[in-house]
Design a protein around this ligand. Structure first.
Ligand SMILES: [Zn+2]
Length: 297
């Protein structure tokens, strides 16, 4: 009997997590990773979300980061720290200045906020930063943008945007912070769970740390979610294991395309070519948004 139980436990423990890659469609593409020992400082935009009372949005966002930070503290070398509130809404990586990893609600669509003739439409980064607007899929609740070296996969910056912008028919995501009950279908109030902020943010922080979507429906990193859902607030075992295995305490961050015998090459690659390497940007959204990429910046 005891052997049977053991087998079952092992089977559960060996579930899968999926790492983000420079090119997710290629199994030989470098995985994305933060340098071992990095203290990732995130900053919430000072405006928060005006619909949520008593500044509770800031608390919920912090709790989402804390869920990961608690596990990091047990077995991993990374650390997540909240910095002072920020005034920038820019999704960007600026290696020449002090860079910010921001969390920001976007309340306007770019097609509404920016004139059709605006020069920013011609730029690689579009009008999102200049007009502080949402330029992603209207069906995405949130998007995490990571800036990384396309050569090594090392991440230098991660920014999270939350979609609070009305679409053309006026519907939008209502972010809520209560634990229950689920809001009736098609409604969104603050005394029930519509789009749970902590649920959403916990998922997005997983992307920030280098996780892609998991095929497991019960995972925090599942791409699927339903209105009223709060289950992603609690990290699943596979996502926890990712932290311990990829960012081992007192060890190097683990890169996935290098064979063990080539580990010295990995160390060398990590140590060079960081400054001045054009970062590639990857966008990861929750709720059916497929990953998007832009070259440049
Ligand atoms: Zn996602």
């Amino acid at each position: 009997m005891s052997e049977l139980v053991l087998v079952a436990l092992v089977a559960v423990a060996q579930g899968q997590y999926v790492r983000s890659r420079v090119n997710d469609s290629s199994s030989t593409s470098p995985c994305l990773w933060w340098k071992e020992g990095t203290e990732i400082v995130y900053r919430q935009h000072q405006a928060g979300n005006m619909e949520i009372m008593d500044d509770r949005e800031f608390t919920e966002v912090r709790e989402a980061f804390d869920a990961w930070n608690t596990e990091l503290g047990k077995c991993a070398s990374l650390k997540l720290t909240e910095g002072a509130r920020t005034t920038t809404t820019d999704v960007a990586y600026d290696s020449a200045r002090s860079n910010e990893n921001v969390v920001v609600f976007k309340t306007k669509r770019c097609t509404v906020a920016a004139p059709a003739t605006a020069a920013c439409w011609q730029r690689v980064d579009g009008c999102a930063n200049e007009y502080q607007c949402w330029d992603h899929s209207l069906t995405a609740i949130a998007v995490t943008t990571t800036f990384f070296s396309p050569n090594t996969g090392q991440i230098f910056d991660g920014d999270i945007e939350l979609n609070a912008a009305p679409n053309s028919n006026g519907s939008r995501f209502i972010f809520t912070v209560v634990d229950s009950p689920p809001c009736p279908a098609g409604t969104g109030r603050q005394d029930c769970v519509a789009t749970d902020l902590q649920n959403t943010m916990t998922h997005e922080v997983g992307h920030l740390l280098g996780l892609a979507h998991s095929p497991s429906r019960s995972s925090t990193m599942s791409a699927e979610a339903v209105p009223g859902e709060t289950s992603k607030r609690v990290l699943d075992a596979d996502s926890k294991r990712f932290l311990c295995e990829v960012y081992p305490k007192n060890g190097y961050a683990v890169q996935c395309v290098l064979k063990k015998a080539d580990s010295q090459l990995g160390v060398t690659a990590r140590g060079c070519g960081v400054v001045g390497v054009p970062a590639t940007v990857a966008l990861v959204g929750l709720w059916g948004l497929t990953r998007r990429r832009r070259k440049g910046t």
